[in-house]
Design a protein around this ligand. Structure first.
Ligand code: FAD
Length: 420
């Protein structure tokens, strides 16, 4: 039986659609507001091991196989000059709970996101194609609905018993003043240029679907992600200042970096042919604190994204949706004053997960050799566990690898203070 209370979700990316699917399966009435006509382009094609596990749990294995998305078994990271590669296998829980080698997928986001949205609709979620424009509030300041604007200029309002911002980097509830202000993230000066290519040299089967990451120097790197049998997504990420100093347009800048960023990258791109436009993204690294209340929450990129180096984005979106569904169900049954601690507990859990993600990323950038040693020699199983989903579990703080990374980052902060 469908619950009459209504959860309105802004945005049909992986965060919004999988939350809608989970809520609809609980019998909770859900409405998604999405401004773009699907399928729409989106970056973020390489999925983590845990993301694969969650997609299988949600019942998507057959559809993902039918879409013929490349199977990913792990990530190879190449050091400067193409040497010093380390390998992080995709891990998943084995029958006794310990981590075993597994597989996940690389996806073409237009088709992937459309698949998730269709599943939410099939489960009973209503989808309205319109842009959410403003938030209605009651006398206590709690959100009670949103104003919508349709492509033809019409406007309407929609009541909501609970409002979810899954609008990605648009950060709808922060801009509306319902969630906290947007702060720049640690990687906010980075810019990414990317395109699709054919004839990229891949590893031999069964490793032909793996991700390759090429490190040049701090904050200069590239990715290679197979997204079909023939197409590969290739991107470079550099500080914005480095792009501006080049004086080049995005196409020429990307072409030049294919040749000089990393020897192994150039080798694999030697015969490659670009088959798409060159896209770019900047200003993606941000953080919003205070992203929940008794009748609202922000999910996925709508409250935080730091750096794409380790492909945590879609996985975090799905994980947060899984944590949000029971929290929203509980909050709907409570008065606002009793719902507030439930939402605060959700926010604290999610913030802990995102903080750990950032510690992993910061350690890689600040201490690449120490990170390589941890991942390759000292604690490979800890690192594989963190990449396979343990990152949102507070017990991950006890892993020796996590302790070592906290120590290194503490040392970096102390050194920075001393030199200031
Ligand atoms: P989104 O996917 O951004 O979805 C938000 C939706 O909200 C959109 O459909 C948008 O149209 C809609 N919307 C926005 N405003 C409104 C409004 N006012 N009204 C109605 N609808 C609205 N992640 C990975 O997992 N793997 C990767 O390999 C990877 N690579 C990346 C590379 C780069 C350069 C960058 C910048 C990110 C990368 N990411 C990657 C991260 C990934 O793209 C995001 O984390 C992920 O898409 C977040 O999903 P989401 O559902 O939170 O938001």
């Amino acid at each position: 039986m469908t619950d009459a209370r209504k959860v309105v979700i802004i945005g049909a990316g992986p965060a919004g659609s999988t939350l809608a699917l989970r809520l609809a399966r609980k019998g909770i009435r859900t409405v998604i507001i999405e401004k773009s006509a699907f399928p729409r382009e989106q970056i973020g094609e390489s999925l983590s091991g845990e993301c694969g596990v969650m997609l299988r749990e949600l019942g998507f294995q057959d559809q993902l196989d039918r879409l013929d998305f490349p199977v990913k078994r792990g990530v190879s990271v190449y050091g400067p000059n193409g040497r010093g590669a380390f390998w992080v296998p995709v891990g998943e829980p084995g029958p006794d709970g310990t981590l075993i080698d597994g597989t996940t997928w690389q996806v073409r986001r237009p088709e992937f996101d459309a698949m998730l949205l269709r599943a939410a609709q099939d489960a009973g979620c209503e989808v309205i194609q319109a842009a959410a424009r403003a938030v209605q509030r009651d006398d206590a300041g709690l959100p009670t609905g949103v104003t919508l604007r349709f492509d033809d200029g019409r406007t309407d309002t929609l009541d909501a018993d609970f409002l979810v911002d899954a609008s990605g980097l648009a950060g709808f509830l922060s801009k509306a003043g319902v969630a906290g202000p947007r702060e720049r993230g640690s990687y906010s000066k980075q810019v990414a240029f990317y395109a699709q290519f054919e004839n990229v040299r891949r590893d031999l089967a069964p490793d032909d679907g793996n991700t390759h990451i090429f490190y040049q120097r701090k904050h200069h790197w590239a990715w290679m992600i197979p997204i079909s049998r023939t197409k590969t997504s290739v991107g470079i990420v550099v500080p914005g200042a480095s792009y501006r100093a080049s004086g080049q347009n995005p196409e020429d800048f990307l072409t030049a970096r294919l040749a000089d960023l990393n020897d192994e990258f150039s080798r694999r791109m030697a015969d490659a042919r670009r088959i798409s436009a060159v896209w770019s993204t900047s200003n993606y690294s941000h953080k919003i604190s205070g992203f929940t209340g008794p009748r609202h929450l922000c999910l996925g990129d709508a409250h935080r994204f730091s750096d794409p180096i380790f492909s945590f984005g879609v996985s975090n979106a799905l994980k947060e949706a899984a944590l949000a569904a029971p929290a929203i169900e509980a909050a709907l049954a409570l008065d606002p004053s009793d719902a507030a601690p439930v939402m605060r507990a959700f926010e604290s859990l999610v913030t802990g997960g995102q903080d750990r993600v950032e510690t992993l990323i910061n350690t890689f950038w600040e201490y690449p050799l120490a990170f390589l040693k941890l991942a390759h020699f000292d604690r490979p199983s800890d690192i594989a566990e963190l990449f396979s989903g343990r990152i949102y579990d507070p017990s991950a703080d006890q892993l020796p690898a996590m302790q070592m990374m906290y120590g290194l980052m503490h040392h970096a902060a102390t050194a920075e203070r001393a030199s200031a």
